[in-house]
Every structure is written in C-alpha cells, then in structure tokens.
Ligand binder design. Structure first.
Ligand code: CP
Ligand code: NVA
Length: 309
C-alpha cells in the first residue's frame, strides 16, 4: 500500500494555486455526479483511517460518507477506544496504521503531532483540524464562494473572531489564491504570522474594530469563541469576545451581495446573530455539504493524482 509520489495535506500551504484550480473543478464534477445519483468509485477497495482526538459531526460524516461513495471503506478511531489514548508513541501508531490502510485523516491538538504522524506514515495524511489549521474547511469554504460568486481572486474576506485554526488557514489561502483577508480579533487572540506560516503581510490587514474589517468585504466569516481544547478559558473568552458577534450592521457594512459563512457548530447570540446565520446572505448549509464534495476530490487526488475530466 505504499503510495507513489506520497503527498500529505497537513495545511493549506501544502498545495499551490494550480492544485486548487484542479480540485475545485474536480469537486464540482464529483458533486454533479452525486446529485445525479451517478456512481463515482475510483477508490474501490481502498481504506481510510479516521483518527479523532476531538469531537466532530461534519468532518466525520463528510469523510465517512464520502469514502463509501468513492467505493472505499473507513476505520474510525478515537483516543478513548484505541492505544492512542494510552500513550502509544504517535510515530509507532503511524507506522502500524499506515501499513494497513491507504489514507489517514487525523483531528488532533498540536500541528506537530500530525506532522510526526505524517513523517512516519507510508500513506497520505489529511488534517481534519488541529489547534493551528483547518485546511479541509477552507477548501470547502472557497469552493462554496466560487459556486455562489465566481473566482475569489482579488476579493476581500473578513474574519471576525479568534485568531486560531480557521483564521490561520484563511491567511494561508489568501496568500496562495490572491485575495485579501481583513482580520479582527480581540486583543490577546491575534493572528500570529509565524504560526500561520505566511511569507508576507501583503495579503492581510488587521483591524481593531470588527465593523471596519467587514467594510466592503465580499465574504464575512466567523467561528466559535472557545475552540475545542480551550474550554477552561470559556469565561474569559466570553468577556473578551463580546463585541465580536457578526450582526446585521456588520453585514450592512460589507458588500450588498456579501456572503456569510461559519464552519459550524455555531452559537447564535455569541459569535453570530441568529438573523445573520439564518438570514438570506448565509450559505452555511452549502458550506457544510461541500465538505464532502471537496474532500472526495482531495482523497482521489492524493491517491490517484490528476484524473482526466
Ligand atoms: N466544521 C467542522 O469541522 O465541524 P465538525 O467539528 O462537526 O467536524
Ligand atoms: N475553531 C473550532 C473549529 C471547529 C470546527 C475548533 O477548533 O474547535
């Protein structure tokens, strides 16, 4: 099961603009076939191992349903029901698991952990969320933007909220795909260019006031105030983030045809007003569904490379 031309997808910057151009086109085709009940089974007899060290609804369902639709099967592991929770070294787990499956998806804490796994894996490894990055989500978000509004190149994305995994991934995407990211976070929760791993500050701009970040944006997006693994900070975060709630006024400051996205799960009345997430500019359900279509394209790409149309 050794993969020729082994590539991993651990952060958005692992792929170049041309990889994304292919993936977005391929995801559109795969989605069209799915909607037409047309079989698309290039990964027959292949197995995906999914390792979850944090909870998930979308990531699990989209990878699991997606892999079955591609003709393959899945193994679902969590920290609690595997030796991962009993301190088996990550390197040993990688060597063992990757001898038995064709592809691995991991949701964990530190990015260094997924990197260690990948360094000892014989097969491609996909990041299903770490503290630092969430590349599959941004892949789906940009695909969703393209479906609704066309190319994202030259557009402006407003990020309102925590400067962690989602924000870091947006920064990488802006640099690679040529759009601007307006970032507004409470103080103490800023993005860190070195964590995001971007080369320059040209593709993003930091705003103290979330309303200013939204001004003229083509897409306004946010995320929970307290990410998984940070629950102990919940009270402090509720106080710090109180002004970082995407409301109708912020949406009015954006372009008239601006979209609203949220990776979900959402907390209405905290990071977003119900009127916004449940309103006409919100595309959160398309965004969630598209996780499956883009990840099917991604899994096919990592295992089989570029396919003729
Ligand atoms: N957006 C996202 O990754 O959702 P889950 O935590 O439900 O997988
Ligand atoms: N930032 C959130 C995203 C969940 C999909 C978290 O890390 O919990």
């Amino acid at each position: 099961n050794t993969t020729p031309d082994l590539r991993h997808y651990l952060q958005f910057s692992d792929f170049a603009a041309e990889d994304y151009a292919y993936l977005f086109e391929r995801a559109a085709l795969i989605k069209k076939k799915f909607k037409a009940y047309e079989k698309h089974r290039p990964l027959t007899d292949r197995t995906l191992a999914m390792i979850f060290e944090k909870a998930s609804t979308r990531t699990r369902v989209s990878f699991e349903a997606g892999m079955y639709q591609l003709g393959g099967s899945v193994v679902h592991l969590t920290t609690g029901d595997s030796q991962l929770g009993r301190a088996e070294p990550i390197e040993d787990s990688a060597k063992v698991i990757s001898r038995m499956v064709d592809l691995v998806m991991i949701r964990t804490f530190e990015q260094t952990k997924i990197e260690s796994f990948a360094a000892h894996s014989r097969v491609p490894v996909i990041n299903g969320l770490t503290n630092e990055f969430h590349p599959c989500q941004i892949l789906a978000d940009i695909f969703t933007f393209i479906e609704h509004r066309g190319s994202i190149k030259g557009r402006t994305v407003a990020w309102v909220g925590d400067g962690n995994n989602m924000a870091n991934t947006w920064l990488q995407a802006g640099e690679i795909l040529g759009f601007k990211v307006h970032v507004s976070t409470p103080s103490g929760y800023e993005v860190d260019q070195s964590v995001a791993g971007i080369r320059s500050a040209d593709s993003y701009r930091v705003f103290k006031d979330p309303m200013e970040a939204c001004r003229g944006a083509d897409l306004v997006t946010t995320d929970v105030w307290t990410s998984m693994g940070y629950e102990a900070e919940n009270e402090a975060r509720r106080a710090a983030f109180a002004e970082w709630c995407v409301d109708e006024e912020m949406m009015r400051a954006a372009q008239p045809d601006a979209l609203f996205m949220h990776c979900l799960p959402a907390h209405r009345g905290e990071e977003v007003q119900a009127e916004v997430i449940d309103g006409p500019q919100s595309v959160v359900w398309d965004e969630a569904e598209n996780r499956m279509h883009v990840q099917k394209a991604l899994m096919e790409y990592l295992l089989l490379g570029r396919q003729p149309a």
